[in-house]
Design a protein around this ligand. Structure first.
Ligand code: NI
Length: 205
């Protein structure tokens, strides 16, 4: 018994083509981020050249990462909630590790060059830890570094008060090795103890 399949209407074909296109775009983005065949989690292609300015006004490049482990977080000083929490957690974790003799340098990178001048970043990072290094730059410099670290950010306009806009941004912590290369990422957490433990374990391997 054979049943003839009715031809797909034109609209379904277009819809199907659209879905396939979206799926392949998603797959392409995924394979861009993760190289297959490099362990169960893959190696994320995170990091690369950048030119920024520290909160002390010193120009720096990716060379600043060489010779020490760093923990990098992207955010903005006007962030009402996520950034201050995460900076507190990450500096608590790196301070705890330092007390065990494990040195990891915490770095905050602003994705709000419009408001985060080195002076603004300086008074901000000082709230968290004397070890915390703040980075900012021109919009182009910030964009280049965020792109290298695959960090998403976007301005959220505030119609009532344009200068009080917010920034939408990803909140991933990147652990970089003394060769300046990506080691591991950590998702947003409020548990400094667990974070310190996870970093310690990552450095043991
Ligand atoms: Ni934030």
């Amino acid at each position: 018994m054979t049943q003839k399949t009715p031809p797909l209407p034109r609209r379904s074909i277009l819809l199907l083509a659209g879905l396939l296109l979206a799926a392949s775009a998603g797959l392409a983005a995924y394979s861009l981020l993760y190289r297959p065949g490099a362990g169960s989690s893959g190696i994320a292609l995170v990091g690369g050249p950048f030119t920024m300015v520290t909160h002390r006004g010193e120009p720096v490049t990716e060379q600043m990462l060489i010779g020490k482990h760093t923990l990098i977080f992207f955010g903005f000083t006007y962030c009402p909630d996520v950034c201050p929490t995460e900076l507190q957690v990450m500096t608590a974790a790196t301070d705890a590790l330092a007390r065990q003799g494990i040195m990891v340098s915490p770095v905050f990178v602003s994705i709000d060059p419009g408001r985060d001048t080195p002076e603004v970043v300086k008074s901000y990072v000082e709230n968290f830890s004397p070890a915390l290094i703040g980075l900012t730059g021109t919009p182009e410099q910030v964009s280049q570094m965020a792109k290298a670290y695959r960090v998403y950010y976007a301005k959220v306009e505030n119609a009532k008060s344009p200068q009080d806009y917010l920034m939408d941004h990803s909140s991933i912590l990147y652990l970089m090795g003394p060769d300046g290369k990506f080691l591991k990422h950590f998702t947003y957490t409020t548990d400094a103890e667990a974070l310190a433990k996870a970093i310690g374990q990552a450095l043991d391997n």
